[in-house]
Design a protein around this ligand. Structure first.
Ligand code: HEC
Length: 107
């Protein structure tokens, strides 16, 4: 096998790996906007929004090690269990939400 083919194969592996590993922060932002914003502060857009008893997405960003697992199990955590629209949230969506939360910056 010549070097050009090897290089091409290595490049393909990297591309495939990236697609599977990372969520898309822009998709995460859109999801947060449509599904979470009513109850959580999700960023500067609704900095003073959300409802009192919810952790803000800024807090989740600061304590991401603590919140990653809670996000993965989101759909089985009250009160989300009672909120039918969250039944649509897939594991890919949670990757996107995590990417969005990971990139958040406090104002
Ligand atoms: C109907 C209101 C509502 C919506 C919509 C909602 N949440 Fe929540 N969420 C809450 C409340 C209330 C709590 C606090 C629960 C508690 O402290 O027991 C909470 C807690 C959480 C927690 C912490 C869970 C824990 O057990 O510590 C995470 C993570 C979370 N929400 C993520 C999300 C995400 C992501 C979305 C959108 C996909 C979302 N929530 C949509 C009301 C909501």
């Amino acid at each position: 096998m010549n070097l050009a083919i090897l290089t091409a194969l290595a490049g393909m592996t990297i591309v495939v790996g990236t697609v599977h590993a990372e969520g898309d922060a822009e998709k995460g932002r859109a999801l947060a906007n449509s599904l979470c914003k009513g109850c959580h502060v999700i960023g500067v857009d609704n900095r003073h929004g959300g409802i009192d008893s919810t952790p803000s997405f800024f807090l989740m960003h600061d304590k991401i090690d603590n919140y990653r697992q809670r996000l993965w199990s989101l759909r089985s955590r009250p009160p989300h269990t009672a909120y039918e629209r969250l039944d649509e949230v897939t594991l890919d969506d949670i990757e996107h939400l995590l990417a969005y939360i990971g990139e958040l910056e406090r104002p």
